[in-house]
Design a protein around this ligand. Structure first.
Ligand code: ZN
Ligand code: ZN
Length: 433
């Protein structure tokens, strides 16, 4: 096995760990491998690039490994912004009411400036998924809206794939406790770490080449769908009878993508989806979510919505309905769809049987759709189109982009050709061919 092409300063600790039996690796080595894979495969970080990272405080061990690998890869500067769940809660306890219409605009402007001047972006996920569940949904909604607004210009560079970016996860005590409530803290944390390592292929003999092979598979699947040029998808499953038109000139993506700055990156780790842009005016029928949605610290469960002419006209949720309604009311595009993604039920994340309460994982366990902003890179030549041209092809615009899961082993999906013929695409949650 050779890694000479990617290791500029001789084989470091990661190169050594890569040759070992996965079963004999220590936690330290696995953490180091995850960091190496995030920097090398996820970001494709280039010598001289800055890196802007965000992470929960509890992710410090992983952040330090990522920082080391980023500098080894030639990063000019690594800057990390930490979030603290306790500090977030203090705002809900003690801040004046008007606080909830504020966001640190200067910070998001700064992030936008960093992206525009060539910085790469890495987000470490792993905060407490239920952090704000007991807080006033009105305040949560206002705070989320303020952040969405302030972050919009910077986020636009991310959704357009102007720069190389990726998201990886760190296990944290609060997240682990939410997933394994009855278990001792240490055992829960270890369980979550092992799930993260297995779903991000760190348990393979050579995680980097495992990722390259997986990426090639997703690319192949996307190419097949791009060749088909389906006009719509038809979904049938328990509580779901739904037809979703695809945007004119839609383009399926899966795995990695070449960002506008010319750097090849894999934006989500894990990733199991192939996805494209639906037409914002062409969703009809009823869809029932198959997993709970954790949205900015609130759990929304039992989602069932009905669409007419692309827009949600009926909303139900057994839990968190008010937050869901507020989310949909964010703006004009928040009640329309900006993404459709296909994920087989046999994905490693679905096979683990674990609900992660984090979109990064759960969206890769099941086929899903997303309310809100569309990815312009999911349209042919989309990055060159004006906002008006994008809208004319059916791409949705919104401050939000929220994925929710509708796939299961009971879901059938047909591709509908321009001529109206139905072709089986997925059966019982698996690819039909
Ligand atoms: Zn997705
Ligand atoms: Zn999405």
């Amino acid at each position: 096995m050779s890694n000479g092409a990617t290791t500029k300063e001789g084989p470091g600790p990661a190169a050594a760990a890569r040759t070992q039996n996965p079963k004999l690796r220590t936690q330290e080595e696995k953490l180091d491998l995850l960091a190496a894979v995030a920097v090398e495969v996820g970001l494709g970080l280039k010598r001289g690039q800055e890196l802007l990272m965000t992470a929960p405080l509890e992710a410090l061990p992983l952040v330090r490994r990522i920082t080391e690998h980023a500098y080894r890869a030639g990063a000019a500067l690594v800057t990390t912004l930490y979030t603290d769940d306790e500090a977030t809660l203090m705002r809900y306890r003690f801040a004046p009411d008007e606080s909830f219409d504020h966001a640190a605009k200067w910070l998001y402007d700064g992030m936008g400036t960093a992206f525009a001047s060539g910085s790469a972006r890495l987000a470490v996920a792993g905060g407490n998924p239920g952090l704000l569940s007991k807080e006033d949904p009105e305040k949560v909604g206002r705070a989320n809206r303020a952040v969405s607004k302030a972050y919009r210009p910077a986020l636009e560079l991310i959704t357009r794939h102007a720069i190389n970016w990726t998201i990886v996860a760190s296990a944290t005590p609060a997240w682990a406790a939410a997933l394994f409530p009855g278990e001792p803290a240490e055992a829960a944390l270890e369980k979550l770490w092992n799930l993260i390592f297995s779903t991000t292929r760190i348990d393979r003999e050579d995680p980097v080449s495992a990722w390259r092979a997986h990426d090639a598979n997703l690319q192949k699947r996307a190419a097949f769908l791009n060749g088909k040029r389906f006009a719509a998808l038809q979904y049938r499953g328990p509580g779901t009878d739904f037809r979703l038109g695809l945007a004119d000139d839609h383009w399926w993506l899966g795995g990695g993508t070449t960002a506008g700055n010319g750097i090849y990156c894999i934006p989500n780790m894990p990733t199991e989806e192939v996805f494209t842009t639906p037409h914002k005016d062409r969703a009809e029928g009823t869809v029932t979510a198959t997993k709970p949605l954790s949205y900015q610290g609130t759990m929304i469960e039992g989602i069932r919505v009905r669409f007419e002419k692309g827009r949600i006209v009926e909303v139900h949720a057994t839990e968190g309905e008010e937050v869901l309604r507020k989310l949909i009311d964010t703006d004009d595009g928040a009640g329309r769809l900006g993404e459709v993604a296909l994920v087989p039920h046999s994905s490693p994340i679905a096979s683990s049987g674990q609900v992660f309460l984090h979109t990064l994982f759960d969206e890769n366990a099941a086929s899903h759709i997303a309310l809100g902003q569309a990815y312009s890179s999911c349209l042919r030549e989309g990055d060159k189109l004006t906002p008006e041209e994008l809208a004319a092809r059916g791409a949705n615009t919104s401050l939000i982009h929220v994925d929710w899961m509708i796939g299961s082993e009971k879901l059938d999906i047909d591709g509908i050709t321009a001529g109206g013929t139905a072709e089986p695409l997925m059966r019982q949650g698996e690819w039909a061919d």
